[in-house]
Design a protein around this ligand. Structure first.
Ligand code: ADP
Length: 159
């Protein structure tokens, strides 16, 4: 039984994240989406809101579940008995940070590998930050986020 732990801020979840979760759900017996508290990043949505949005979005996928966490990633991965950390690689710009993160996590626990997946091309340039920037200025991002997230963004930005 192989379990993947997919950590992130998910502020908010985009169709790029969902694309990655769908791909992982086919490869692994179980996928745990770990939403990081990340208070130092001052997220737009609270941890509870981010978890709730993800739960609504992955509700139909039977081998996927969502948890929130505030402790060290590798400790949470061990607590959940996951076998691998899943991360997404978009453009080349992701590579350096992801490489550092994977190396640090390997240092902290050499028994846990990091697995990378790439999204469909149409989502390769999509990020939560860009979504928030465009939505805050009234731009239409409905092609890139689930309808529930669209509603949440409208509530926040009033547009
Ligand atoms: P973090 O703060 O950990 O980077 P994010 O929610 O931004 O949190 O991203 C979580 C993971 O999902 C990262 O590995 C990131 O590269 C990946 N990711 C984000 N957006 C996309 C996307 N459009 N396609 C594929 N992977 C993505």
């Amino acid at each position: 039984m192989a379990t993947a732990f997919y950590p992130g801020t998910f502020d908010p979840v985009t169709l790029g994240h969902v694309d990655l979760i769908r791909r992982a759900a086919k490869l692994f017996d179980e996928v745990i989406v770990g939403v990081a508290g990340n208070r130092d990043k001052s997220p737009l949505f609270t941890l509870e809101e981010r978890v709730s949005l993800l739960e609504q979005v992955v509700g139909g996928m039977e081998n996927v579940r969502v948890i929130g966490f505030n402790n060290l990633l590798i400790d949470c991965v061990r607590e959940q008995n996951a076998d691998t950390i899943l991360r997404g690689l978009r453009a080349v710009s992701d590579f350096e940070y992801e490489f550092q993160l994977a190396a640090m996590n390997r240092h902290l626990d050499p028994g846990i590998e990091t697995t990378f997946l790439t999204p469909a091309e149409s989502y390769a340039f999509l990020s939560s930050t860009l979504i928030k920037e465009v939505a805050s200025l009234g731009g239409d991002v409905s092609e890139f986020v689930p309808p529930k997230v669209m509603k949440a963004l409208k509530r926040v930005y009033g547009k």
